[in-house]
Design a protein around this ligand. Structure first.
Ligand code: DO4
Ligand code: MG
Length: 274
């Protein structure tokens, strides 16, 4: 089952048909203790039309957005390289090997954009990249109940100058994109699940790459266990699980670039830089 937050309200997709969850409130729905059965109550004979891309909003209410870092070897290597001159390269290898994962606060809901909206690059950054990531939606009780697609926009020059600048490299207005929907399933996504990115500039492909969940060093459950150790999330929480794709150092995002991130069972998150 998939859940869309749209301008007209919450829309449920089941078996290729779409249903309006009339009167439903996002935070109440996604924190329902028996979410799938609760949603089945909204399935009725009168299916609605497919929501248009213009109608779809980020699948978030009042939840916090957190992120895990250096969960893929590719991210460890790129970051060791960019922080070398600052003397911080070693920290990335240490966190890749350590039992405790890197977890950082990524965004409040107002810093998140949805499908079709513009993600931003900081005006004081010279080297920005997208990070295509699988995103977990976790219930208040700490159970993974859904998945979405995420873009953890990052300013590599700011983080590379000094790892202590991480919050500035990562957290700013429109630094996070989520969508297009929440895939609700009780089953874990298979390790073969692919995460694909395509970036187009003036209509031409500027960068593309693909990775798979099997490349991730840590399990989603392990990340959730650490996140929930000393924090409570009464409305649930989103957790980006880290990037396995880093463009070559010569690549820098520009205004106008179109970023398409696809995770096949969930869908494609499409944003423009602006
Ligand atoms: O260590 C800095 C952030 C890492 C990150 O965002 C990632 O690996 O995806
Ligand atoms: Mg990231």
């Amino acid at each position: 089952m998939k859940l869309y937050r749209t301008r007209a309200g919450i829309v449920i997709e089941r078996d290729g048909r779409f249903y309006m969850a009339s009167g439903a409130v996002w935070d109440d729905v996604v924190t329902h203790p028996d979410l799938l059965s609760h949603l089945r109550g909204f399935i009725h004979p009168a299916a609605t039309t497919v929501p248009t891309p213009q109608e779809v909003l980020a699948p978030i209410g009042s939840q916090e957005v957190w992120a895990a870092g250096v969960t893929y070897y590719r991210s460890r290597n790129a970051r060791m390289e960019e922080a070398k001159t600052a003397g911080g390269g070693d920290f990335y290898d240490r966190v890749y090997q350590a039992e405790r994962p890197e977890l950082f606060f990524k965004a409040t809901p107002h810093r998140v954009v949805g499908p079709g909206a513009k993600v931003a690059i900081r005006e004081d950054a010279r080297w920005s990249v997208p990070e295509p990531e699988l995103v977990l939606f976790i219930s208040p009780g700490g159970k993974i109940v859904g998945y979405t697609v995420g873009n953890d926009m990052s300013s590599r020059d700011i983080e590379g100058e000094n790892p202590l600048y991480l919050p500035q490299a990562k957290v700013y207005d429109r630094s996070c994109a989520l969508g297009p929907c929440l895939l609700l399933t009780e089953e874990a996504l298979p390790a073969s699940t692919e995460i694909k990115i395509e970036i187009r500039r003036a209509g031409a492909m500027a960068f593309s790459d693909v990775t798979a969940l099997k490349e991730m060093k840590r399990s989603p459950e392990e990340l959730v266990e650490y996140l929930y150790r000393a924090s409570s999330f009464p409305k649930g929480c989103f957790l980006l699980t880290g990037t396995g794709i880093v463009p070559p150092d010569s690549f820098k995002l520009q205004v106008g670039d179109e970023i398409a991130i696809t995770i096949p069972p969930i869908g494609t998150l499409l944003n423009t830089v602006g």
